[in-house]
Design a protein around this ligand. Structure first.
Ligand SMILES: Nc1nc2c(ncn2[C@@H]2O[C@H](COP(=O)(O)OP(=O)(O)OP(=O)(O)O)[C@@H](O)[C@H]2O)c(=O)[nH]1
Ligand SMILES: [Mg+2]
Length: 343
């Protein structure tokens, strides 16, 4: 049994933690960037003793979220995403916005924090007091990465950042994950020859709300214009994600800062069009609904995997399935039944 002092100590420490979380939430609301960084560290933490604080922080932040615009920026490695975001972010600040940049790598299995930090230096943007830049490592599972980014976006909004830009590094699943977390999906492409163009997956182009062909400068200018024309005609064959919005395809040079600030006008027009039709709100509702279900699935699976006696049964059933002596469906049913039968 616990001694009275120990119980008292426990009570105190819980109170202390609640206080710590609420004073962190207050600092966050004042727009304190260090508090924001600490808050994101809490929600990214996989330490069980941080879960309660993280949840309290999110609860305190939630009422102050939702007014900003969430912009996803994706594209093949080296397309110029970071260079674009730096210029775009500075242009946004010049227009009176506060800009948060989150760089995520949901596809990578490596803990990419250090690599990302290196890639996302954005020196000039990071010097501005109206900017917050956060590289974020992928963590072990895709669901987890998406949750952390979703919560980091909300924390940025609660801290008064009215535009949150999410850069996804790499190609593949990450684009889909990012488009599920943001209001608007910006696809950045390098100039490319016609056959290279095939390499960009159709599914990714279909997600784009705006396509920017970057590096339209110097020797690459002509190739960029050609690429943009090719995409513009390809886009006409694709059903746009939003009927009220014709996806613009444009050439820019992030390096020479041409065509970049204008993207803020696209953001405003896009938002107006989708708010007017109701699609803006619907997209966000759909996103949180999907997130709820993914959390439920994740939670149930965690329960299942750690339930006493289940791991052994699972291994045995897996062997039977692999040996072909039991069907996957029958094995799954047996496992779930055993799990639910637990007292
Ligand atoms: N010529 C030219 N080069 C550019 C332009 N934008 C970026 N670059 C160069 O392209 C390279 C990659 O730029 P990044 O901004 O790091 O590209 P990224 O898409 O963020 O790259 P990853 O994050 O590694 O996928 C750098 O050498 C940039 O200087 C541009 O508009 N014109
Ligand atoms: Mg980058």
């Amino acid at each position: 049994m616990r001694s009275p002092q120990a119980s008292q100590r426990l009570v105190l420490s819980v109170t202390e933690r609640v206080t710590a979380a609420s004073s962190l939430a207050e600092a966050l609301r004042r727009g304190d960037r260090r508090a924001l960084a600490r808050a994101i560290t809490f929600v990214e933490s996989s330490r069980p003793d941080h879960f309660a604080e993280a949840e309290q922080l999110m609860a305190a932040a939630l009422p102050y979220t939702g007014d900003g615009v969430r912009i996803g920026v994706s594209g093949p490695p080296g397309a110029g995403k970071s260079t674009f975001i730096e210029r775009f972010g500075l242009a946004g600040i010049a227009r009176g916005r506060r800009i948060a940049v989150l760089a995520v790598d949901p596809g990578s299995k490596r803990g990419g924090g250090a690599i990302l930090a290196d890639k996302t230096r954005m020196v000039e943007l990071s010097r501005s007091p109206a900017a917050f830049i956060r590289p974020s490592s992928a963590g072990r599972n895709r669901g987890g990465a998406a949750r952390r980014t979703r919560e980091a976006i909300l924390l940025c909004e609660a801290a008064g950042f009215d535009a949150v830009i999410v850069e996804s590094v790499g190609v593949g699943q990450s684009e889909t994950a990012v488009s599920e977390l943001t209001d608007m999906f910006v696809l950045i492409l390098p100039p490319a020859a016609g056959d290279e163009l095939q390499g960009i997956k159709r599914g990714i182009v279909e997600l784009a709300d705006i396509v920017l062909v970057n590096k339209a400068d110097g020797e690459l200018a002509e190739a960029a214009a050609r690429t943009a024309a090719d995409y513009a005609s390809a886009m006409r064959l694709i059903r746009p994600p939003n009927p009220e919005w014709a996806v613009p395809v444009r050439v820019i040079s992030a390096l020479e800062d041409r065509g970049v600030a204008e993207v803020w006008d696209d953001v405003a027009r896009f938002r107006d069009a989708l708010v007017a039709s109701g699609a803006w709100v619907e997209r966000r509702r759909e996103q949180v609904r999907a997130a709820l279900w993914s959390e439920i699935e994740q939670g149930l699976l965690d329960h299942l995997r750690t339930a006493p006696g289940i791991a052994g049964r699972l291994a045995a059933l897996e062997t039977e399935v692999v040996m072909g002596t039991r069907t996957p469906a029958a094995a799954a049913r047996k496992l779930v039944t055993a799990f639910l039968a637990k007292p």
